[in-house]
Design a protein around this ligand. Structure first.
Ligand code: SAH
Length: 221
């Protein structure tokens, strides 16, 4: 940790992270382990440096390459749904982005598989989480809509970019009773949580939310 980080932490993190946790509680986040983790995590290290003073505010923030990290409440809600409905085995995340959601998943799941289509973000997140000592994550640079390169069954799939249709490869890799969390732009922007029950999908939760779009193909750094 640099001197700058240490100074920043001493002057900002404690009160700002505590306020963020208080806000999350007021908005219905009750999973204590999740709240403890989010209070400890240095969220300011995951956003563009010019915005680090806003890292604990209730707002989405730039993470580079015209992408944004969701506001803390959205991250907390999606994670709380996963912790409520999914087995904590293997999770597939589409849209590694800054690695913040990945870092949280890595705490609760045995194994995290994550895919990012922007090479620069992929490399940065991989390096960032390795430096934090996180070693139960596998990273792929690619288009997440086609799924994980090897045929592996997942307990949960979480998509962190807004789709206009459901990518079939991602539903196929889910185990029976597996959980899918996905923002979808139809009929209005929302985030939903579904459980796979045979060839049916049981809707467990939905909420209003906005995300950057799920795009096709890859972009090199
Ligand atoms: N979970 C991230 C959120 C990042 S925003 C975080 O905590 O920071 C969504 C991310 O999805 C962006 O980084 C974007 O580049 C990525 N993305 C969009 N379409 C994708 C696709 N088809 N495959 C993989 N990643 C995709």
């Amino acid at each position: 940790m640099s001197q700058h980080d240490l100074n920043w932490l001493l002057t900002h993190t404690q009160p700002e992270a505590k306020r963020m946790i208080q806000y999350l509680r007021e908005q219905g986040i009750h999973h204590e382990d999740l709240l403890v983790l989010m209070e400890k995590l240095p969220r300011h290290q995951f956003v563009e440096p010019a915005f680090s003073h806003l890292a604990y505010s209730a707002t989405p923030l730039p993470i580079g390459r015209h992408q944004t990290i969701s506001q803390p409440l959205t991250v907390a809600k999606m994670t709380q749904w996963l912790l409520t409905y999914a087995r904590p085995g293997r999770v597939l995340e589409i849209g590694t982005g800054s690695g913040y959601q990945t870092r949280i998943l890595a705490h609760f799941f045995n194994k995290v598989h994550t895919i990012e289509r922007q090479q620069w973000l992929y490399l940065q997140a991989k390096q960032r989480l390795s430096a934090m000592g996180i070693n139960n994550v596998e990273y792929v640079f690619g288009d997440g809509q086609v799924g994980w390169p090897q045929k592996i069954e997942m307990d949960a799939v979480i998509i962190t970019a807004m789709a206009s249709k459901v990518p079939l490869a991602l539903t196929r890799c889910l185990k029976e009773n597996g959980v899918l969390i996905m923002p979808i732009d139809h009929p209005r922007p929302q985030i939903g949580c579904w459980r796979k029950e045979g060839d049916r999908w049981k809707c467990l939760q939905t909420d209003v939310a906005f995300f950057v779009p799920l795009l096709e193909g890859i972009e090199y750094a």
